[in-house]
Design a protein around this ligand. Structure first.
Ligand code: SAH
Length: 356
C-alpha cells in the first residue's frame, strides 16, 4: 500500500475525528468546525483561503483529500438520467447514476471496485473484486456528481457496482456521515441499501437500527434456482436470509423490498410467481406481525457474457398480476436511461475491455 493510501482521509472523518486531527497539528478546534462543511461541498483544504499557508502545507503532508473525477459522462436524451464513470485517486473506475424523479434527484452509488459475489447475470462481478471503496470515496461520488450537476441530490441508493455488506465498516461509516447536517444532510429515510443477501451483514446492520430501506436481491423463490444464479445462496439459503429480514424489520420497522430480476425461461413463469408469493406470505406474514413487502420486478438487462435473455413484456405483466392476485404488491421497474446503458457495471466493463 502506498504512503498516500495510508494517510488519513479527511472526507471520511466524523467532525470529532477532524477536530482531533486538527488539534494534532496544533490548530485550534474552530478550524475543524470551519473545514467540515467545506470538505463536504467539495472544497479541497488547499483551496481554503481561511487556512494559513503553513497549515495547508501540513495537511497536504499528513492527510489526503480526493474527489472522484469525471472520466465519462453520458446523459440520456429520453429522461435526463446521467451516468458517470468516475476515476478514483489510484486510477480505478466506478460508476454512479443520477435519476430524476418528481420527489427529487436520486443517486445510485457504487460500493466496491468490482464485486466478488459472482451473480451469473451481473456485469459488475465478471472481473472479481479489486478493492473496497473507502467512506470518503462513497461520499465523494455524491459530492462530485452534485457539483457537476449544480443541483442538490436528495436520495441515495446503494445499488451500483459492488456488494455494500461485503464492505461493511466503510459503508456503515458512510451511512452515519452522509446525514450530517453540516455535510450532505441526506437522512436515513432517504437512503436504500441493496444486498445480494449476506445475512450476517443484515443482522449486524439491524443492530444499528438505522431507518434505511433494505432491498434484497432475491431473484428466485427456491434454493435450487437461486443457487444456480447467485452463489451467495449456498452460504445463506433463502430461509436463513428471510430470518434476517424478519429481524431487520423488527428492529427498524422499515418495509423491506425485494428485487426480482426476470430471466427468460429461468425464473419468469407464472408458477414461479405463485411460489414467490407463497414464500413471502408464508415466511414473512404468517405470524402475528404483518410485514409490509414490496416486490420490484426488473426485466434482466442482457449482458453479453452472461447469455441470459430478457423476459417478454407479456411474461413480466403476468408475473406481476399473479403476485398481486396472491396479495403481494409488485411494481415493474421503469427502465431509466435505456439509451445510455445505465445498468451498473457495464460502462466500467466497456472501459476495461478497451484498455485490455
Ligand atoms: N450487490 C448489491 C447491489 C448491486 S446490484 C445487490 O446484489 O443487491 C443492484 C441490483 O441489480 C441487484 O438487484 C442485482 O441483482 C441487479 N442486477 C445485476 N445485474 C443485472 C442485470 N444484468 N439485469 C438486471 N438486474 C441486474
Amino acid at each position: 500500500m502506498s504512503e498516500l493510501q495510508q494517510k488519513p482521509e479527511l472526507l471520511g472523518m466524523f467532525p470529532d475525528e477532524l477536530r482531533d486531527y486538527m488539534l494534532s497539528l496544533g490548530e485550534p478546534k474552530y478550524r475543524a468546525a470551519q473545514m467540515f462543511p467545506q470538505l463536504h461541498r467539495g472544497i479541497s483544504p488547499q483551496d481554503m483561503t481561511s487556512l494559513p499557508k503553513a497549515t495547508r502545507a501540513r495537511i497536504a503532508e499528513t492527510a489526503q483529500y480526493h474527489l472522484p473525477e469525471v472520466r465519462r459522462k453520458l446523459v440520456s436524451a429520453l429522461d435526463g438520467t446521467v451516468k458517470y464513470l468516475f476515476s478514483l485517486s489510484d486510477g480505478n473506475c466506478v460508476e454512479s447514476v443520477i435519476m430524476r424523479y418528481k420527489h427529487g434527484i436520486s443517486i445510485c452509488i457504487s460500493s466496491q471496485v468490482g464485486c466478488r459475489m459472482g451473480c451469473k447475470f451481473c456485469a459488475s462481478t465478471i472481473g472479481g473484486r479489486v478493492r473496497n471503496l473507502t467512506a470518503g470515496e462513497l461520499i465523494g461520488q455524491i459530492i462530485a456528481a452534485q457539483n457537476d450537476l449544480g443541483e442538490r441530490i436528495s436520495n441515495i441508493v446503494m445499488m451500483g457496482i459492488g456488494e455494500p455488506l461485503d464492505n461493511y465498516d466503510n459503508v456503515l461509516r458512510f451511512l452515519k456521515l452522509v446525514g450530517h447536517e453540516e455535510g450532505l444532510n441526506i437522512g436515513y429515510r432517504h437512503i436504500s441499501l441493496s444486498t445480494c443477501g449476506l445475512a450476517d451483514g443484515i443482522d449486524r446492520l439491524a443492530e444499528e437500527a438505522l431507518p434505511i430501506t433494505l432491498s434484497i436481491s432475491l431473484h428466485a423463490a427456491d434454493d435450487e434456482t437461486r443457487s444456480q444464479i447467485m452463489p451467495v445462496n449456498n452460504k445463506y439459503p433463502i430461509e436463513r436470509l428471510l430470518d434476517s429480514c424478519r429481524r431487520y424489520f423488527r428492529k427498524t420497522g422499515r418495509r423491506i423490498s425485494f428485487e426480482y430480476t426476470l430471466i427468460a425461461g429461468k425464473n419468469d413463469s407464472p408458477q414461479a410467481a405463485v411460489k414467490l408469493a407463497a414464500l413471502l406470505n408464508g415466511s414473512l406474514r404468517s405470524r402475528q406481525e404483518t410485514m409490509p413487502i414490496h416486490v420490484n420486478l426488473i426485466p434482466v438487462n442482457p449482458v453479453e457474457e452472461t447469455g441470459f435473455a430478457k423476459s417478454s413484456h407479456r411474461a413480466v405483466l403476468t408475473f406481476a398480476e399473479v403476485l398481486e392476485k396472491h396479495g403481494v404488491r409488485a411494481t415493474v421497474r421503469r427502465t431509466l436511461g435505456a439509451d445510455i446503458n445505465a445498468s451498473c457495471g457495464q460502462l466500467r466493463r466497456a472501459e476495461e475491455q478497451q484498455s485490455e
